[in-house]
Write a protein that binds this ligand. Structure first.
Ligand code: PGA
Length: 307
């Protein structure tokens, strides 16, 4: 890994772009990489890392859901502030609304904050809702939308979620757009159909893809301890990227981060991160523990040497 960064110090996101090397450097670079990383002998020295199909920076979000107290959140923030995080990862945490301002004010600038929901339009007489303008007002940069708990427990549908996403994006908030199938849908062979339908609902209304991260979260894996295998996740991520390529554009397919969520923890993140189309994670339970969340963030390193 150290050698990779020595030879290839410039990269944007996960898709390394090597500086132009002279012939001798280039030859030894290829030999080195081939021996270390099991790369094919194809003449593509600039693709030093195979474990990435997209060009976006690794992205890890912590979804704290409806968890925490003043005391536990203060400790979590302090643990996050003192952890050492790899630099080439975008990190975001989503505290419950009531702690958002406090977390934003006490958390290192290295980590952005996200909301777990937002209203479909401008604020006003909407009891219990929080507007995008209010989120921006306290320095919040992201919002999680379409999470399965909101789809299946609260009953939000594609259209409602799409409205929220369009409004948030138009107002300049980034959107972590969640999609994912129920167990019975997977068992009925409908995984792709469900994911594509949810994806289309976003695609039909969003003004641009510049500020969207897609989170693939199979519902059967969320909070169950039953993580998707790296192959199961990769299969869907690849299909999602392919869908974007065919239905939006090649550029959007390449630059949009597709992150995986569902029982990600410190023990399984490295194997998942090695998959080519997994550009990061959305983490629930394990994001409530600072050191473990840091391990998940730093799993980007296993991506750098995977192939
Ligand atoms: P989990 O939740 O990591 O606890 O499974 C993931 C999520 O809901 O985003």
């Amino acid at each position: 890994m150290a050698m990779v960064s020595t030879y290839c110090p410039q990269f944007s996101g996960l898709r390394r772009s090597c500086p132009k090397l002279d012939n001798s450097q280039s030859q030894s670079f290829v030999q080195h990489i081939n021996s270390q990383l099991r790369l094919s002998s194809s003449p593509k020295p600039c693709r030093a890392v195979l474990a990435m199909a997209g060009s976006g920076k690794f992205f890890v979000g912590g979804n704290w859901k409806c968890n925490g107290t003043n005391e536990s959140i203060t400790k979590l923030v302090s643990d996050l502030n003192s952890s050492t995080l790899e630099s080439d990862v975008d990190v975001v945490v989503a505290p419950p609304f009531v702690y958002l301002d406090q977390v934003k004010a006490s958390l290192t600038d290295r980590i952005e904050v996200s909301a777990q929901n937002s209203w479909i339009g401008k604020g006003g007489a909407f009891t219990g809702e929080i507007s995008v303008e209010q989120l921006k007002d306290i320095g919040c940069k992201w919002v999680i939308l379409g999470h399965s708990e909101r789809r299946h427990i609260i009953g939000e549908d594609d259209q409602f979620i799409g409205k929220k996403a369009a409004y948030a994006l138009n107002e300049g908030l980034g959107v972590i757009a969640c999609i994912g199938e129920l167990l019975e849908e997977r068992e009925a062979g409908k995984t792709f159909d469900v994911c594509f339908q949810q994806l289309k609902a976003f695609a039909d209304v969003v003004p641009s893809w510049d500020n969207i991260v897609i989170a693939y979260e199979p519902v059967w894996a969320i909070g169950t301890g039953k993580v998707a295998t790296p192959q199961q996740a990769q299969e869907v991520h690849e299909a999602v990227r392919d869908w974007l390529k065919k239905n939006v554009s090649e550029e959007v397919a390449s630059k949009t981060r597709i992150i995986y969520g569902g029982s990600v923890n410190g023990g399984n993140c490295a194997d998942l991160a090695k998959e080519e189309d997994i550009d990061g994670f959305l983490v629930g339970g394990a994001s409530l523990k600072g050191p473990e969340f840091a391990t998940i963030i730093n799993s980007v390193t296993s991506k750098k040497v995977a192939a």
